[in-house]
Ligand binder design. Sequence first.
Ligand SMILES: [Zn+2]
Ligand SMILES: [Zn+2]
Length: 789
Amino acid sequence: MTTDTQKQIEEKWQNYWEKEKIYSFDQKSKKKIYSIDTPPPTVSGEMHMGHACSYSQQDFIARYKRMKGFNVFYPFGTDDNGLPTERLVEKNKGVKAKEMSRDKFIELCLDFLKEKLPTFSQDWKNIGISCDWDLKYSTINEHSRKISQWSFLDLHKKGRVYRKDAPAMWCPNCQTGVAQIEVKDKEFDSTFNDIIFTVGKEKLTIATTRPELLPACVALVFNPADKRYKKYLGKKAIVPLYNFEVPIIEDSRVKEDKGTGIVMCCTFGDQTDMEWQKAYNLPIKIAINEEGKMTEVAGKYAGMPIKGARKNILNDLKAENLLINQKPIRHAVNVHERCDTEIEFIKSKQWFVKYLDLKDEMLKWGNELKWYPEYMKHRYDNWVKGLQWDWLISNQRYFGVAFPVWYCNKCDTPILAKESDLPVEPIKNKAPVDSCPNCKSKDIIPEKDVLNTWFTSSMTPQIAIQLIKDKKIQNSLFPMSLRPQAHEIISFWLFNTIVKSRLHFNKNPWKESIISGFVTLGGEKMSKSKGNTIRPQEVIEKYGADAIRYWASSSKLGEDVEYQESDVVAGKKFTTKLTNATNFLFQGLVYQEKQPHLEETDRLLLTQLNKVIRNSTESLEEYNYAQAKLQTDSFFFKTFADNYLEIVKGRVYNGTKEEKASAHYTLYQSLLAIVKLMAPFTPFITEEVYQTHFKKYEKNKSIHLESWPTQIKIKENKEDQKIWDKLLEKIKDDRQKKSENKKSMKAQIKRKMPKEDIILLKDVIKDYQSVSGAIIVEVGPDSIEFVEP
Ligand SMILES: [Zn+2]
Ligand SMILES: [Zn+2]
């Protein structure tokens, strides 16, 4: 009997799996391939509960498919370029990226990652993820940079990337352009300020939440249907504090019932302002710069940050009696999803992927993918329908994959890297030509921006597949079988990966996708910023990884999972019970190589087991791991442990040789099947049990290389379920009556039951009598009578 603690057990098998390469993708195998486009976790502090949950869920599938006989391709990557790493390095090393040379900063980031990655990945090993650790990538390593830059060159060749100097969404905090996917809505408290403009001698009240944009005001706009303002059409209004004139125009995009129904149009205030600027050929007055500070246009407020300027302008308006009313409101504002800073529009030179013309195609691509759960496709569709911008891919940041681009400093012609030179670092490497192909100038400068991190992450299928050097295997790996991922990044990651794959190869990158939900605590998403997190590392320390995985398997795919310690405790209870049950049963068990003649009760138990195997397999084929686990779990605790073991006990100790053989065979086969059915969910304890008791007969290196259980060959009859249910019903009845009468469960009874029940139970009556202590069974209305020994 083993005395190892769960923690020792988990360490032991994790080392064994790694050493024996149990999860290796076999390049020589003729088996069918099942490939997983594993999400590369962002290298931040450490694995959080959301990770622990969603990676466990995808691992259930990987392990199931492996046991089903597939050659599973399951790589592991880390996402380590871009802003999160910059932030982490700045915090950890006490530096500021923009205050040091870019070279130095990148070096610092790379060093930091080298230190950090082994411990970071260890968390994933601890939770029992069955990735092939020889198939590893990082999104900033040479391999990934090469593929990301190739993607840029290929899209350029196909006319799908362009560079444009135009207003684009901008985060003044991160000081970079941001793509539509990186913008989210956030509710803020704000105020509607009623500000007085003048038209001739009349006063005109404008309600605005952004008075700091007064200096950028270029028009006042009202709805053509709004009779209140018709008389001002074509007239000029005077802007308060600044005293310059702006035209009053009409446009149906103004909402009559919002504020005063007449609004300021300011340069790059929001998207509608930009549309008006173009439609009515309004002047451009830029009041906010890239750092989120007021420009010269703002006069005495120049140099102030946006919020400071807002406060000062309001004070000044108040002092001049130009602010007549303030009303608090709560409204949704566009913010940068990484830092929650309000988005501004800034005119700058940026690279874009042209794809707005493909919206209809995009919807078709989404239809070609098989979604689990199906309703998640709506999120994709809604995202596509709401697309308003081409994909902005340049970031004015430091640590990322470089654009493989240089420019002529005279005429701005872009000069692209040669494919054979990739990956390149234009700030270090020379351009492939000495002079500009357009104007012959020798003044060539590097692109300093970096590719947005999603531009690289959207290539993970290629990054993963190309870890295998054999071209033939590469081809057989694409499209991949599965993309598992969280619902919150459908628009970021799933969508962009499809777009890239279609633009490059005209094919979807995978056949199926499973989408996981959030982990919640008290109904709210667990998150560091809310301070409602629980560290999975601590839970593993206390209860073991199997117990967390057991909890993670209890939620339906796509749905949020509430973290409850009681569920983890239930997982721990399962591992203990499985260990104890197998240790106990194997003590006297004689292995039966061939199926002996089966006692009727044993045959009935095996029909129940066959049903669990069937249902559990069907559920897993549909990625319904929760249902699969529930079925096995309930079979183990209720059918097997609570009932069958009690029924068969008497026969195991006192039966004939044949009766014993039948029981031993049934016990062994059902336990083996339970261990196999639970192996994807609780990989450590099932390995322990397998190695301790089953390996010497089954002869596989690991339970995880075992085949998935199939139906045990027995005769099944129509009445089986009815007999089995009746048997359990009578046993339950007897137990209840004994407990009501405060009698021992072993108490002997005289049992009466209706004739038809006796007929139904005739083949199992001996086992029934043994478990219930029914020394006499007679025809009569259901009742029991205690018999003193
Ligand atoms: Zn930001
Ligand atoms: Zn030139």
